[in-house]
Design a binder for this molecule. Sequence first.
Ligand code: SAM
Ligand code: SF4
Length: 323
Amino acid sequence: MNGLYDGFNRKVDYLRISITDRCNLRCFYCMPESGVVPKPHKEILSYEEIELFVRAAAEAGISKVRITGGEPLVRRDAAKLIEMISKVPGLTDISLTTNGILLPEYGDDLKKAGLRRVNISIDSLDPEVYRRITRHGDVKRALSGLRKAIELGFEPVKINTVLMRGVNDDPRAFIRLIYDYPIHIRFIELMPISRWDPNLFISVDEFKTKLATFGPLELVAGPQGAGPASYVIFKGALGTIGFISPMSNHFCSSCNRLRLTPDGKLRACLFSDVEFDIKPKLRDNIHGEEIITLVRNVLKNKPEKHDARKGETLERLMCQIGG
Ligand code: SAM
Ligand code: SF4
């Protein structure tokens, strides 16, 4: 059979690559206040090793790649990696998830390198709330990143907002933003990954009910790479609002993802701590065919679905896996 399939016959064509576990913010649900203990340089995959893996994966059937982290733009020359990957035959979509803080500085280079679209994480538009969530971040900088992304013509530009009860679940400022900009704001349910406080959880359904008090929501088709999100629009708005419900209505039956961590671990499911270390192989002159065999073996162990509702957190932090 052509392409990559897991043990449940799901086609896997989407690779998320975390290129660093470091970050310039400290979102309290993602990272400890002190950050992560930096890994020695030699434990992190080089761009050449990542490219080697991506070439083989693309040959086997991966067509979409997302670069993430930690904060991918704190790694030196992230644009160089985008440039290397954008030349890989078989890839039809390369995207980046970032907190946006460094987009004003690196946006031009990323665009020149071949990046066409970005997701920017902004959990609140209120400076105080944003500062509290990120522990020191300045929302003005994230918004400058958003404006830079729009100015550069990245398309689509999506915002990721992790919903937290009583913290950022007032939708009014976000609604105003989609009247100002042609962007797609996706509200995501908080997952029990790093620092889990069940009291903060709010389901997409409950939030939608809140949203609907501000006007009728009309279902619309999502932008490119809509994945598991569903989208609605408010009359006259330039942008849309999307919902991602990994907890209340998980989308495991159509999961098409494979993850590569900064230290070279292949992970078939975000919620399973089962990992396979491919770094030694990548450093041992492995051939494309052997990489593909490894990937197929890893995919055999992709669980049918997650059981994150149990609320057990994972051994790794989200910033170490790649969101
Ligand atoms: N630093 C970049 C950023 O913030 O966009 C990329 C990495 S971050 C880990 C990727 C995404 O994962 C962000 O949108 C973040 O909000 C989300 N995330 C992190 N921990 C999460 C959790 N426990 N539940 C839901 N989303 C989470
Ligand atoms: Fe950094 Fe992104 Fe995690 Fe926030 S969510 S601490 S920006 S990696």
